[in-house]
Design a binder for this molecule. Structure first.
Ligand SMILES: NC(=O)C1=CN([C@@H]2O[C@H](COP(=O)(O)OP(=O)(O)OC[C@H]3O[C@@H](n4cnc5c(N)ncnc54)[C@H](OP(=O)(O)O)[C@@H]3O)[C@@H](O)[C@H]2O)C=CC1
Ligand SMILES: O=C(O)[C@H](O)COP(=O)(O)O
Length: 491
């Protein structure tokens, strides 16, 4: 029974426990953090605020590093199977604590199980390979040295995912870290922590060695510095907003994988298929109410096709269903009141500076109706900042170069997309855009999860995607065999 399966994760007072060295524990401070339901704005869950789990992780990691790759892969496949079997309660948490539509919540969990399986398989192949270098290719050397290059674990990985994909973006760190022989301390987002607790129970139930995955709950603003600057951390894998920039500045000598904010722009050329572009703009701009790092956050459309595009997008936006995540509405409450207030600030700034409202701005609590703004100019904040909500600005441009210049002037460089029917123009624009990925004739997207995913400038450091995350979670080790005489192949 799935309910029994999750019974041990709660304290007697109903808060969720934290997880250390294979045990679900109650915090000695008894301090808790309330998780508010974005729809009702009432307390839905409680998680504990606790201290550290690094010692347990370090201890467990030593034995795990000596565990054969194929055994690590087997354990991960078991985790994926358990997660699929017990997916619904995790998805239910996502509906209640981050107001993600019901269907999308379940698909996030299933996508995460798929990611774990794929990581196990990819890790078996890629981590099993090393390199052999001969010394005689460097000037002045003979072939008397053989360098064996292998990949060894980093140690303890601190994983910090954001609220909008608390399961998938946790698993995208945990699975490669574990497959590569590391232990993990997970700090889930406060809004998303209940889903995180349920997810960790799947790792525990799959028979992962004790101490290998530990979960510390609490507010990032209070325990974040303690965790990210802890001497027991050997790597930080963080996904989130500007906080990541300050973490990177303060972090010590540890590898960083930072996936941060974005202002993903959609450039629509005069020869574009406008029907296709309009559909992508609507889906890209408004799915999960615009709360995706890869959401379309700016449309830069050529003036010759702008009226056509705007009419088609407005017609599509009018059909979006606004309501409750339980009812699978397209637009659901944004994650918090402070987030809704921030979005409203951007909308009001645009109103004062002359933006044209193609849909009226409407808000009830955390629920914001989809808002389409035309005639946006570079003087408006919305032209540069990410609302992380259902608000989409449209800038009309005279030339494609103007659109490229706008993208490249942004502090962000996550993804972008271009719509044109001329492949030569598409490639030229892609090459000119300073973003980690450019999609041609489709909206930005991180998935499928094995594609490399990276941000330039303040959008990140390093690269995600299953193969790249596996490569990120190891360090290179060389062993040099020194022969007593040069040895050349076959005679
Ligand atoms: N490039 C990418 O791959 C992605 C980027 N994002 C970006 O994430 C942002 C939205 O997510 P959001 O959760 O609001 O982002 P935040 O940066 O606010 O939080 C991300 C995580 O960091 C934690 N945190 C907060 N303060 C600190 C601190 N000082 N030290 C360590 N950890 C801390 C949070 O915990 P707590 O919840 O307790 O505050 C949370 O777990 C957007 O900017 C979006 O673009 C989102 C998804 C993907
Ligand atoms: O947090 C996000 O926005 C995700 O990384 C987006 O993933 P997706 O583009 O595959 O939905």
């Amino acid at each position: 029974m799935t309910e029994d399966f999750y019974s041990e994760i709660k304290t007697s007072t109903g808060a969720f426990k934290w997880y250390c060295a294979g045990e679900w524990l109650e915090s000695t401070s008894a301090k808790t953090v309330a998780v508010l339901n974005p729809s009702t704005r009432q307390k839905e869950f409680e998680v504990q605020e606790v201290d550290s789990a690094f010692a347990a992780a370090k201890e467990a990691q030593k034995a795990w590093a000596k565990t054969p790759l194929c055994e690590r892969a087997e354990v991960l496949h078991r985790v994926a199977a358990v997660m699929r079997e017990h997916a619904q309660p995790i998805a239910d948490c996502l509906v209640k604590e981050i107001a993600k539509p019901r269907k999308d919540s379940l698909s996030e969990v299933i996508r995460s199980a798929d990611l774990i399986d794929y990581t196990a398989e990819e890790g078996l192949r890629s981590l099993g390979q090393g390199e052999l270098l001969n010394s005689d290719s460097f000037p002045g050397q003979t072939r008397n040295k053989l360098c064996l290059v292998s990949k060894v674990p980093l140690g303890v990985v601190l994983a910090i995912p954001p609220f909008n994909y608390p399961v998938n973006l946790a698993v995208s760190k945990l699975a490669p870290a574990l497959m590569a022989g590391n232990a993990v301390v997970l700090k889930p987002p406060s809004q998303g922590a209940a889903a995180g607790v349920h997810m960790v129970q799947c790792f525990a139930a799959a028979g992962l060695p004790k101490g290998l995955v530990n979960m510390v709950t609490g507010k990032g603003s209070e325990i974040g510095d303690y965790l990210t600057q802890h001497a027991g951390v050997d790597c930080i894998s963080f996904t989130g907003g500007d906080t990541g920039v300050s973490i990177a500045r303060k972090a010590g000598m540890v590898p960083l994988q930072m996936e941060l904010g974005g202002k993903d722009a959609c450039i629509i050329c005069s020869d574009a298929d406008i029907g296709l572009a309009a559909k992508a703009v609507i889906k890209g701009g408004f799915s999960y109410s615009g709360q995706r790092c890869t959401a379309v956050k700016l449309v830069l459309v050529h003036k010759d096709v702008a009226d056509d595009l705007v009419a088609k997008v407005a017609a599509g936006v009018a059909k979006l269903r606004v309501g409750a995540p339980e009812d699978d509405a397209d637009i659901t409450p944004v994650v918090s009141e402070s987030s809704a207030n921030f979005i409203e600030g951007l909308v009001e700034d645009a109103r004062h500076k002359g933006a044209k409202f193609l849909t009226p701005y409407k808000r009830e609590g955390n629920l914001i109706w989809p808002t389409l703004l035309d005639d946006v100019t570079p003087e408006m904040r919305i032209a540069w900042e990410e609302p992380f909500g259902p608000v989409l600005p449209i800038v009309r441009v005279d030339t494609v170069q103007q659109a490229i210049d706008h993208c490249n002037a942004s502090k962000f460089g996550l993804q972008g997309c271009v719509f044109t029917q001329d492949i030569n123009q598409a490639i030229a624009i892609s090459d000119a855009m300073e973003t980690g990925t450019v999609q041609i004739n489709a909206a930005p997207a991180r998935g499928p999860d094995h594609f490399p995913f990276q941000g330039f400038r303040e959008s990140g450091i390093g690269s995600q995607g299953i193969r790249n995350s596996l490569a990120m979670m190891v360090k290179t080790k060389s062993t040099v065999i020194n022969l007593n005489q040069p040895s050349y192949a076959m005679g």
